[in-house]
Design a binder for this molecule. Structure first.
Ligand code: BG6
Length: 496
C-alpha cells in the first residue's frame, strides 16, 4: 500500500539520520509503504553536491542493517530533496513552506533528529510558518526523539511548550524499545496465550529482572552522555517501558488508548523513592580501566571527576494488588562483558518438594526468559526427569529463537515505528503523561545523587558484568541474577 507523504528530516547530517532513518525509510520503500508519491526533504546547514548527497544516501543504506535488496537505491534516492536552511531562523521556513505547498501531501511528518535544545524553537518556527497546522484532509505530525526533558520539571515544561504549537495527537514521542518486535511479543505472550496470565502475579512470581547490558562504552557521545548517565539514558525511557508492558493489567483491546492507559497506570503505581530508599535500593557505578580499554574518567571529553554513572541497578516495587511485594530489578550498563537485553520472570519455588533426595538434582524454580536482543526469542526453564532410577531432575529449556524460523525476519525498530507514524498509529509512541510520570519516578534518585555525597559511586571493571555491590539489592533473597547467554549451559544461573 502506498502513501502520499512528505517526510521532513530535521538534522539530516547527523548520526541518527544516517544510521537509522535512511535505512528504515529504504526498507519501507522496498516494502511499498513509502512509494513514488512520497517526498523526503532532508534539512541541514551543509552544502552538498548532488553527487555527494546521493552517495551519502547510498552509503547509509549499505551500512544499514538488514541487507534489503539494493536495486531500489536509485529510485529511492530520487524521492529525496536536500534543502539547505538554518532551522533556528524563522525566515528560512518560507523556503520549506514553498516546498511543502508544492507537494500538498495528505501526510506530513517532521522528524526531529536534532538536539533536544532545539525542539521548542523548531516547533515554534513551524507554527509561525503555518506548517504545524493540519489543513483539511491533511495529517501533520512531529516525531520527537529522546531525551524528552532532563528531569520531571523540564519534561513538563517541554510538553507545555510543544502543546502551544501542536495538538497532543500530533506529537509522536519515540522510544525505540517499543518498536522492538521482542518487546511487542511480550504483549502477545501475555495476552494471546491462556497459560501465562493466570500465573502472572504475586502468587506465582517471585521476582523479575529487566536487564540491558551493553559491551560498548560511550563512544563518541560523551558530550551528551556525561550529562545524562545510565539512569536518564536507559531507565527513564526504555527499561521503564518494558517494565510497564510486563506489569500492566490486560487492556480491553490493543488500541492505542487502551494500551497506553494501562501502561500509565503502572507508572502511577511505581512506589516512589524517598532518600533512604535510594541508598538502599539503587546502585550506581562507573567502569574502570582494564586491558580492554580506558576507564570512564579517562575517556576523551569526560569532565574531570565526573560522577556520571555508566551502570545502574534499581530495585523497584509496584504498589498494586497484582504486584504487591514482588521486586522488579532493572539493570543496565555500558562497557560490560557482552551485550544482551532480556527479561527474566522468576517463578516461585514449589510449595512442597517431593523429589528432594539429591540437592543438585532436584526441582528449581521455573524461569521464563524473554530475550529482547540479540538472538531474539524466549526460553522456558523447566525441570525434567533424568532417565534411570529414582527421580533425579535436571533443568532443561524450551527454547525458541526467531532466527531458527526461516520465514521470520526482524526489522530494526525504526522501520516499525516510522511505518506506524505513516499510518497514523501512535500505539507504540509515548504520551505526555507517560513521559512525565517516568521522569517523576526517577527524579528522587537524581536528586539524592546530586545532594547526598555519602551515596557511593561504585566502580566495576571494564569487560565485567558490573559492580559486585549491585548484589546488595538482592539482600534478603536466596536468589541471584542470571548471567545472560542465549544458549545456556545446564546451570544457567550464577551470581555476579
Ligand atoms: C539509546 C541510548 O537510546 O539506546 C544508547 O541512548 C543505547 O546509549 C541505546 O546504547 C541502546 O539501544 P539498543 O537498541 O542497541 O538496545
Amino acid at each position: 500500500m502506498g502513501t502520499d507523504l512528505d517526510f521532513v528530516i530535521f538534522g539530516f547530517g547527523g548520526d541518527l539520520s544516517r544510521r537509522k532513518l535512511i535505512p528504515a525509510l529504504y526498507e519501507l520503500y522496498v516494502s511499498g509503504i513509502v512509494n513514488e508519491n512520497a517526498q523526503i526533504t532532508a534539512l541541514g546547514r551543509k552544502d552538498y553536491s548532488s553527487d555527494d548527497f546521493a552517495e551519502l544516501i547510498e552509503e547509509a543504506i549499505r551500512e544499514g542493517k538488514g541487507n534489503p535488496p539494493l536495486e531500489f537505491i536509485k529510485p529511492f534516492s530520487a524521492l529525496f530533496t536536500y534543502h539547505k536552511m538554518d532551522i533556528s531562523s524563522k525566515d528560512d521556513y518560507q523556503g520549506l513552506r514553498e516546498l511543502l505547498d508544492r507537494s500538498k501531501a495528505s501526510k506530513v511528518i517532521y522528524y526531529y533528529a536534532i538536539s533536544p535544545s532545539l525542539y521548542t524553537e523548531v516547533s515554534e518556527n513551524l507554527f509561525s510558518a503555518g506548517l504545524s497546522e493540519e489543513k483539511e484532509g491533511q495529517k501533520v505530525i512531529a516525531i520527537i526523539e529522546k531525551p524528552f526533558g532532563h528531569d520531571w520539571a523540564s519534561s513538563i515544561a517541554l510538553n507545555n511548550d510543544l502543546h502551544k504549537f501542536f495538538k497532543e495527537s500530533q506529537l509522536y514521542r519515540i522510544d525505540h524499545y517499543l518498536g522492538k518486535e521482542t518487546v511487542q511479543n511480550i504483549l502477545v505472550t501475555r495476552f494471546s496465550n491462556s497459560i501465562f496470565e493466570p500465573l502472572w502475579n504475586r502468587n506465582y512470581i517471585d521476582y523479575v529482572e529487566i536487564s540491558a547490558y551493553e559491551s560498548l562504552s560511550v563512544g563518541n557521545r560523551i558530550g551528551y552522555y556525561d550529562n545524562a548517565g545510565a539512569l536518564r539514558d536507559m531507565v527513564q525511557n526504555h527499561l521503564l517501558q518494558v517494565l510497564a508492558i510486563i506489569a500492566m493489567e490486560p487492556p480491553v483491546s490493543a488500541s492505542a488508548d487502551c494500551l497506553r492507559n494501562e501502561m500509565v497506570k503502572v507508572f502511577q503505581s511505581l512506589r516512589p523513592f524517598s532518600d533512604g530508599d535510594v541508598k538502599r535500593d539503587v546502585v550506581r557505578a562507573q567502569y574502570a580501566s582494564t586491558s580492554l580499554g580506558p576507564g570512564y574518567l579517562e575517556e576523551k571529553g569526560v569532565r574531570p571527576l565526573s560522577k556520571t554513572e555508566t551502570y545502574v541497578a534499581i530495585k523497584c516495587y509496584i504498589d498494586s494488588w497484582r504486584w504487591s511485594g514482588v521486586p522488579f530489578y532493572i539493570k543496565t550498563g555500558k562497557a560490560l562483558k557482552s551485550s544482551s537485553s532480556e527479561v527474566v520472570i522468576h517463578f516461585k519455588d514449589n510449595p512442597h518438594k517431593i523429589f528432594s533426595e539429591n540437592e543438585n538434582l532436584s526441582s528449581e524454580p521455573n524461569q521464563l526468559i524473554i530475550r529482547i536482543q540479540p538472538d531474539e526469542g524466549m526460553v522456558l526453564r523447566i525441570g525434567m526427569k533424568i532417565p534411570g532410577p529414582g527421580f533425579n531432575i535436571r533443568q532443561t529449556e524450551l527454547d525458541f529463537h526467531y532466527s531458527d524460523s526461516k520465514d521470520l525476519r526482524i526489522s530494526d525498530s525504526y522501520v516499525r515505528l516510522i511505518s506506524d507514524a505513516i499510518h497514523g498509529d501512535p500505539t507504540l509512541y509515548q504520551r505526555s503523561d507517560a513521559i512525565e510520570l517516568t521522569w517523576k519516578y526517577v527524579d528522587p534518585i537524581l536528586k539524592a545523587w546530586k545532594e547526598d555525597d555519602s551515596i557511593p559511586l561504585y566502580s566495576y571493571k571494564r569487560g565485567s558484568w558490573g559492580p559486585e555491590n549491585a548484589e546488595l539489592l538482592l539482600s534478603g533473597k536466596e536468589n541471584s541474577w542470571r548471567i545472560p547467554c542465549s544458549r545456556m549451559d545446564s546451570q544457567g544461573f550464577c551470581s555476579l
